[in-house]
Design a protein around this ligand. Sequence first.
Ligand SMILES: CC(C)(COP(=O)(O)OP(=O)(O)OC[C@H]1O[C@@H](n2cnc3c(N)ncnc32)[C@H](O)[C@@H]1OP(=O)(O)O)[C@@H](O)C(=O)NCCC(=O)NCCS
Length: 161
Amino acid sequence: MGEVTIRWAEAADDAALLEIELTSWDGSTGFPSYLERLDGTFFGRSGPEAHLVAEDDGVVVGYVRLEDKYPFPEGAGVLAINGLAVAPAARGRGIASALLDAATEEARSRGARKLSLHTFSTNTAARRLYARHGYVVEATHTAEFLIDGTPTDDLVLAKTL
Ligand SMILES: CC(C)(COP(=O)(O)OP(=O)(O)OC[C@H]1O[C@@H](n2cnc3c(N)ncnc32)[C@H](O)[C@@H]1OP(=O)(O)O)[C@@H](O)C(=O)NCCC(=O)NCCS
């Protein structure tokens, strides 16, 4: 295990981040249809400026996507974590924790009041992680999605800064 550093993403990280996407999301963590919509690029959805990445000895092993939750000024104090993933081989070493800490620091530096995110109730690893970082469940959207045919609750989690 090398030294883990957190930095802003660059366009050149696209292939490494795409590989993390393809190995991180399935019906227990996200929408199975999402992988089909990726179309060969990670940054198709939002650019490098929305992502902090974790590097382990120069290899990108995880990311967090941090974006404004709302496009209007009344919601400007709320930032959304719209994605968090760590390569399977790098999990269980605090890399997601380090990414969340960096996202919190960035949100505070922007004067944000709150961080908000969605997760499936079935994603126990993510829920433990977020609970450790002070996120609480603000809303439960019961049986919101049919994931591989199974009705699945969508949770809205938030952390007040
Ligand atoms: C959820 C996810 C991001 C967690 O990433 P991670 O880097 O393994 O997370 P962490 O290492 O910070 O924490 C995970 C575990 O490692 C442990 N850990 C943390 N720091 C550690 C360290 N320095 N050494 C050893 N273990 C450590 C934590 O205690 C935690 O254990 P527990 O939650 O089982 O009790 C990862 O599993 C993932 O990418 N999943 C798929 C995508 C996903 O679900 N994303 C979230 C969607 S909302």
